[in-house]
Design a binder for this molecule. Structure first.
Ligand code: ZN
Length: 400
């Protein structure tokens, strides 16, 4: 029985999808302007393994990942570099796809750009305005947080914390047009030189662009439906992004919960600090791949449990390289007399480990243990062990 830790309840819960044998999963994607660092890869490689594992368990998985190709950060970067925002976004999106392919990450069922779902965003905003849950001031449209009593339930932050953190993460609580500092932008009026889309409603005709949170609410609804099984992303997205997504989506559909299981990956640190461009401590995947194989990078990432924050250290990649070499050597021992059955007791162990909130570090320990056993030339079960090793390394996304 698969158990997943749900950030909303802060408990490991038995996984029961809304539709039998089917899983819908949405993972917040990149804002394409400085990808792909090891923190991104930690998130997307983990969800890649979760999806492979769900498939192994017989689920039909529908996986949507977005690209936030229009928001403040990308416009700022385009301005700094004197580039067109669209060309800049497409360039970094391609780079991201290349990095993911290098790491053997399977592409989502729907890999979607925010700018392709503007109509859905407008549809939701109009509905929120009609219900009196959003209001318009000075050409902006805000979500009225006071009308959504559950705001703060996911992050469990108090009001003071929420105001402070929203400011740190790009919102403007001091905006004089807001009824409440926590209200967030659903639609913003365009500043000179920025891209815009027409917004038609009974409230007037305005040109503007969507706020960040509404993008994911719209794409989740459009590609997966009004309620979804799993929603994931980095831990820093819990507030205000995911908190606000819940408010928008549940207010729009009238259905709750919008998401059954919220899953968040821990932050990756470097030199004791969160990785950031301004600190100059970003570890980029393309640079790591110059020195290490994709398997070694993947091993390093999966040797940390997805929920735990961790500190990047190069020696882990050296260790991972050795482990991969041992596993490869073990798999090569295969000969024609190998039995065509997978070692059942080990396979059950693997399932038990992965069912416990997708414990990839422990499954890597098992992989290594089995590989070492094969190399000890224990003729009795060598063949079945090799088949086992081939099978589970595939589920973990290694290419041997
Ligand atoms: Zn998102």
């Amino acid at each position: 029985m698969l158990k997943l830790y749900n950030s909303l309840t802060r408990e490991k819960e038995v996984f029961k999808p809304l539709k039998k044998n089917n899983v819908s999963i949405y993972v917040c994607g990149i804002t394409p302007y400085d990808t792909t660092h090891i923190g991104h890869a930690f998130t997307y490689v983990f969800f890649d393994v979760l999806i492979r594992y769900l498939a192994l368990k017989g689920y039909k998985v529908k996986y949507t990942q977005n690209v936030t190709d229009i928001d403040d950060d990308i416009l700022k970067k385009a301005k700094e570099e004197g580039k067109n925002w669209k060309i800049l976004g497409d360039y970094w999106t391609d780079r991201y796809i290349q990095d993911m392919k290098s790491l053997n990450v399977l592409l989502p069922t729907n890999f979607v750009k925010a700018t392709d779902s503007i109509n859905k965003m407008i549809q939701i905003i109009i509905s929120l305005l009609k219900k009196g849950l959003a209001y318009k001031r000075d050409g902006n449209i805000y979500f009225d947080v006071g009308k959504f009593k559950k705001y703060g339930r996911l992050s469990k932050f108090n009001r003071k914390q929420m105001i402070l953190i929203s400011k740190e993460r790009g919102a403007d609580p001091s905006d004089p047009f807001k009824k409440d500092p926590l209200d967030f932008v659903l639609w913003q009026k365009t500043k000179a030189g920025e891209p815009f889309w027409p917004f038609d409603s009974a409230q007037g005709k305005e040109k503007g662009r969507p706020g960040w949170h509404i993008e994911c609410s719209a794409m989740a609804d459009r590609f997966l439906g009004q309620r979804i099984d799993i929603h994931g992303g980095g831990k820093d997205l819990i507030f205000p992004h995911h908190e606000s997504e819940i408010a928008e989506s549940e207010s729009y559909t009238g259905k709750a919960p919008f998401v059954r299981y919220w899953m968040h990956t821990g932050m990756v640190f470097c030199n004791g600090e969160k990785m950031s461009k301004s600190l100059g401590n970003l570890i980029m995947i393309k640079d790591l791949l110059k020195k290490y194989t994709p398997n070694a990078v993947r091993w390093t990432l999966l040797s940390h449990h997805y929920k735990q924050p961790w500190e990047y250290e190069e020696k882990e990649l050296e260790y991972a390289r050795n482990c991969i070499n041992i596993v490869k050597k073990a798999v090569k021992q295969k000969n024609s007399s190998s039995k065509k059955i997978i070692g059942a007791s080990y396979f059950n162990k693997f399932i038990k480990i992965m069912d416990d909130d997708v414990n990839t570090p422990r499954s890597l320990e098992l992989v290594l243990k089995v590989a070492k056993r094969i190399l000890k030339k224990n003729k009795k079960d060598e063949g079945t062990l090799i088949l086992f090793l081939e099978s589970i390394t595939k589920t973990l996304g290694f290419k041997l």
